[in-house]
Design a protein around this ligand. Structure first.
Ligand code: ATP
Ligand code: FE
Length: 335
């Protein structure tokens, strides 16, 4: 089975070709334009998708050495995401499936972040059902009970900002460019994580809240900068390490609660923030100390990519879960 997958939910245009559960190509065009604005501008994102989609699909087919006539189905991200961005991928996928007269398969982006674990990978073992999924990305923060490929239940989620936003907004306060998450991670590696303490938000056992933390960080920085204008530059590593430490502590606390509630000790993470070295290390430590079994996807399958859409396409193809031509994008598509 050859699946062509298309992802265009936010600011990355991506196309992938899979042969069964194996990735033959996974091309991602990241949009640079948003850097100038310090965040994703929806209208610019959809225009860039329109420019990128044809070359990205061509590249994915060429890299996989597959002709479009060999394709078995087209999978695409239906949502959640930015409506204008989703429409580009959705319309493209529908037209191509119609033209080639092959099945069309819609995919939920958040399910795909978790099902990325089922991409064939000789270095990694796959989680078994049921497991706890933790999706940590730029737009979402969810704890999901994954009972089967398509039987998922959201147990808890953020009440305000997503964890990726917490990273990015903290970075912005520190004057770092967008997206600042990876930069906080980079500076944190040389810093003292215990230097500054930020409070842990008090919300439901399995829910998250990050907007208060952001405000705390903002007030703290403003106060210190007033006393010493060089405060940020002189302490950047320690500030980043302390912020990252707090965020990782929150994530671990919620996972601990989820394990206590469900009795399930298998944790699979997904979403762009899974790339964070603090959370990766903390999870590996928990394997040793608390006997958790943790699963972390390869870096390229953590941030937005079409390969994860392709694996869901393959899983749905086997169940003949095909979509009709009248399907539309859904910006608020729930798991
Ligand atoms: P969603 O999947 O909810 O639609 P998205 O597509 O914007 O959101 P992803 O591409 O999955 O999100 O993740 C992007 C986020 O991941 C950004 O907020 C970015 O700062 C964050 N991120 C990426 N790498 C790191 C890292 N090493 N440390 C912390 N955050 C990171
Ligand atoms: Fe995503």
């Amino acid at each position: 089975i050859y699946i062509l997958a298309i992802e265009s939910s936010c600011d990355d245009t991506s196309a992938a070709v899979l042969c069964n559960d194996e990735v033959l190509s996974n091309v991602v065009a990241t949009q640079k334009i948003h850097k100038e604005y310090g965040g994703v501008v929806p209208e610019l994102a959809s225009r860039a998708h329109q420019q990128n989609i044809v070359p990205v699909v061509h590249q994915a087919l060429a890299k996989a050495n597959i002709d479009k006539k060999q394709l078995s189905a087209i999978a695409f991200t239906r949502g959640p995401g930015l409506m204008g961005s989703l429409l580009v991928g959705t319309s493209f996928a529908k037209s191509l499936a119609l033209g080639l007269n092959i099945p069309l398969i819609e995919v939920n982006h958040m399910q795909a972040h978790l099902l990325a674990h089922f991409i064939a990978d000789k270095d990694n073992t796959k989680p078994t059902f049921p497991f706890i999924g933790l999706t940590i990305s730029g737009g979402h923060t969810q704890i999901v009970l994954v009972k089967d490929y398509f039987k998922m239940e959201v147990l808890g989620q953020t009440l305000d900002d997503a964890v990726g936003e917490a990273f990015d907004k903290s970075a912005k306060i520190l004057g770092l460019p967008y997206p600042g998450g990876p930069l906080i991670d980079k500076y944190a590696s040389d810093g003292n994580a215990k230097k500054y303490e930020f409070p842990i938000p008090k919300v439901g056992e399995l829910d998250f809240s990050f907007s208060g933390l952001k405000t705390n960080i903002l007030y703290f920085i403003q106060k210190e900068v007033k006393k010493d204008s060089e405060f940020i530059t002189d302490n950047l590593e320690d500030i980043c390490a302390s912020i990252q430490y707090t965020i990782v502590k929150i994530l671990l606390l919620k996972l601990k609660n989820a394990i206590k509630q469900t009795g399930i000790k298998q944790i699979a993470i997904g979403g762009g923030v899974s790339a964070n070295s603090g959370i990766r290390k903390a999870l590996k430590d928990k394997e040793k100390t608390n006997q958790w079994q943790t699963y972390i996807p390869k870096f390229e399958y953590c941030t937005d990519n079409a390969a994860m859409i392709g694996i869901v396409g393959y899983l749905k193809y086997q169940e003949e879960l095909f979509s009709k031509q009248d399907i539309t994008a859904n910006a608020r598509y729930r798991i």
